[in-house]
Design a protein around this ligand. Structure first.
Ligand SMILES: Cc1ncc(COP(=O)(O)O)c(C=O)c1O
Length: 659
């Protein structure tokens, strides 16, 4: 098991990046970048060293390998450059199929006498294309929707078309929400209003009476079992969501006393997202099933037990012994839920319930990849082999740093790092007091960087690692600058340090030669991807190749189809990016559904500027500058048209294709 932090989570990074020294091949690349593990059946590296998506084909033949560079070329032919998002609709289909097949198998193997139905939580990816695709691919499995807000409910009511489709309404509800849900019921959909707070029941009863429609009600139960990881607060007794067991009994008794017990159709629980341990899934399933069995035994004919989301995605590809990766497969997940339901309902001698899950990220994550061009790399060089000559009148601060350099203690590299920082701070303090000159300060800094490099080199040599040393790995890495915004395209990487796989899209048959931190284009020190899954762990730097001037070199960030698109923000006014979809037909890639990203004018409009007004204001400034003879009137047109072209341009750095 990986080392645990005191917040109960595995450390994001635990490995130092090591540039390969031995022979290299595309297989080595696949292992080193983790493609063969997190990429599972979805991604691979072709013999030419290109990262490919393995797109299943309707023909039932083996998947078609589509290099992601082809999607970039396709967009370039339409005059659009990076960053871009590539969508893989077939991966949504594959995710839905895998989940439904897993439950079919588990139901058969446990001889469970009820069914499984999945609902897709709209919040995971609300894009129109996703809802279209879920509605169409999901119809063969009877997949419904989960809505957590009024806008999501309104979308779901339009997308559902099959009578009896399940629509689970979670989230806090006002009267309008309840009325819309009841209308859905009247239209023939199986709409369940899940009570998150006791007061909601009053609203539901009032609306139901006014509209003369009998609702189906669910109760969201606060499980006592806490989850684990970033989303652990979604469950447990202190969770802000759901009702506790005494509230559950009060509400149930109330409905029974009012002759409305038959309204109760669902028991709902949600243990949190990205639950990586199967025993946590089992523990909460056990608790929910016990509650179900008791209510059933009291004569409440609940039809569904809804286990919510939580089915985890293997973002890090680290295998079952590492807490950052799930220790189970989708088949294990289905099996544990069905087995628990079967065991407890049999013991209690009550009817089995239909099992519902609201799995989101497991279905949507592989659906999208972000692609960005690396524009520049600032290399970090230290004269490793060269001795730094100390002058005769060397200041004490430089001597102290040099002493540390000469006797680095292998047994306490964290301590050596800390001493280096203290000695450097002392040198800076001496400079601030005017006690050392600028040249002496520069000397101290040279020794300091050499000292840090030597500490890191020792750590690599003796295979030592710690949080401080992985940080040092990032500090001493080269700085790569890629054309994207982390705030727009990878918000969870920025906000909660979520790990996403990052891989160069080309030259994977060549040995990488640089260790880099990938920075985005925002003017923000948080604008960097800080963790990179690699073979056997996660490091704070990514291996890239030497990039020559003018070379088109791209990186891809994978498994970003869940939550990232709409959690994003417009930091620095970097807007929505271009989108292209790729499918396969008869062994050939088909590119479609190109959506152009936001222009500068679009992004400015989002924050309530009018591009037309801005253009007028800029023209006014030009006129003033001409009046004041700062600008020749012959330059007016060039200035105006360049400004207007800027308003129409992509918000990201121009690449040739955008010009
Ligand atoms: C109530 C509810 N259901 C389902 C989900 C989807 O979870 P996941 O994406 O982990 O499957 C969430 C997300 O946290 C949720 O809050």
């Amino acid at each position: 098991m990986s080392e645990m932090h005191n917040d109960g989570m595995a450390p994001p990074a635990d490995l130092l990046t090591r540039l390969p020294t031995g022979p290299w091949s595309t297989d080595a690349a696949s292992t080193n970048y983790g493609v063969s593990s997190w990429g599972a059946s979805y991604f691979a590296i072709d013999p030419d060293g290109n990262l490919c998506a393995k797109i299943p084909d309707d023909s039932g033949e083996s998947p078609t390998d589509v290099p992601l560079l082809d999607a970039i070329s396709e967009l370039q032919s339409e005059g659009l450059g990076s960053p871009l998002m590539i969508r893989f609709p077939a991966f949504l289909d594959a995710g839905l199929s895998a989940l439904n097949q897993a439950f079919t198998k588990a139901i058969e193997s446990h001889d469970y006498a009820a069914t499984y139905r999945g609902v897709f939580p709209i919040k995971v990816n609300q894009q129109r294309q996703v809802l279209d695709e879920i509605a169409s691919y999901g119809s063969r499995f009877g997949v419904g929707f989960e809505a957590g807000s009024k806008p999501e409910l309104i979308a779901a009511l339009a997308y559902l078309h099959r009578p009896g489709s399940l629509l689970v309404c979670n989230g806090y509800k006002d009267e309008q929400f309840v009325r819309l849900a009841l209308m859905g019921k009247r239209l023939g959909f199986d709409v369940v209003l899940v009570v998150e707070m006791p007061q909601e029941l009053d609203t539901i009863i009032r609306c139901a009476e006014e509209m003369d429609i009998e609702p189906s009600i669910g109760f969201r139960l606060k499980l006592s079992a806490e989850g684990y990881g970033y989303w652990k607060n979604s469950a447990g007794e202190r969770s802000p969501f759901g009702i506790n067991s005494s509230q559950l009994l009060e509400l149930t008794d109330r409905l029974r006393n009012e002759g409305r017990a038959h309204w109760i159709s669902m028991l709902h629980c949600h243990q949190g997202s990205q639950i990586t341990e199967l025993k946590t899934v089992e523990r909460s399933a056990n608790e929910a099933c016990r509650v179900y069995a008791q209510l059933r035994a009291e004569g409440i004919e609940i039809r569904y037990v809804n286990f919510g989301g939580g089915l985890a995605v293997d973002y890090a590809g680290l295998g079952k012994d590492d807490l950052r990766s799930p220790d189970y497969t989708v088949n294990d997940y289905a099996d544990v839920l069905v087995a628990t339901m079967k065991r407890i309902t049999t013991e209690a001698n009550v009817a089995p319930a239909d099992i519902i899950t609201e799995s989101g990220r497991a279905i949507a994550a592989p659906y999208a990849a972000l692609v960005a061009k690396v524009h520049d790399v600032a290399t970090f060089e230290v004269d490793e082999g060269v001795d730094i000559a100390l002058p005769d009148d060397c200041p004490g601060s430089a001597i102290r740093l040099n002493d540390l350099l000469e006797r680095i203690d292998d047994t306490d590299l964290d301590g050596a790092y800390l001493s280096a920082i203290k000695a450097r701070d002392a040198a800076l303090a001496d400079f601030a007091k005017g006690e050392i000159t600028l040249r002496e300060r520069a000397l101290c800094e040279r020794i300091y960087w050499k000292l840090l490099s030597a500490i890191l080199a020792k750590a690599r040599r003796i295979g030592r690692t710690s949080t401080a040393l992985t940080n040092l790995d990032a500090i001493l890495a080269d700085q790569a600058y890629a054309n994207f915004s982390i705030f727009q395209s990878l918000p969870d990487s920025w906000a909660i340090g979520q790990i996403f796989p990052v891989v160069p899209l080309q030259r994977l048959d060549e040995k990488p030669t640089r260790r880099c931190l990938v920075n985005d284009m925002t003017c923000d020190c948080d604008g960097a991807i800080k963790h990179y899954p690699t073979a056997g762990g996660v490091s704070d730097a990514l291996m890239l190749h030497d990039i020559s001037d003018g070379e088109d070199y791209y990186i891809g960030v994978f498994l970003v189809g869940a939550y990232q698109e709409t959690l994003s923000d417009l930091h620095n006014l970097f807007g929505d990016i271009h989108v292209i979809s790729v499918t396969a037909e008869n062994g050939k890639a088909v590119f479609s559904r190109v959506l152009e990203g936001e222009s500068v004018g679009d992004a400015l409009e989002t924050v309530k500027h009018s591009p037309r007004e801005l253009s007028r204001m800029f023209r006014h400034n030009i006129s003033n500058a001409i009046k004041e003879k700062k600008l020749a009137s012959s330059e007016r047109n060039r200035f105006t048209s360049e400004y207007d072209a800027g308003l129409h341009s992509y918000t990201y750095l121009s690449e040739q294709s955008d010009d």
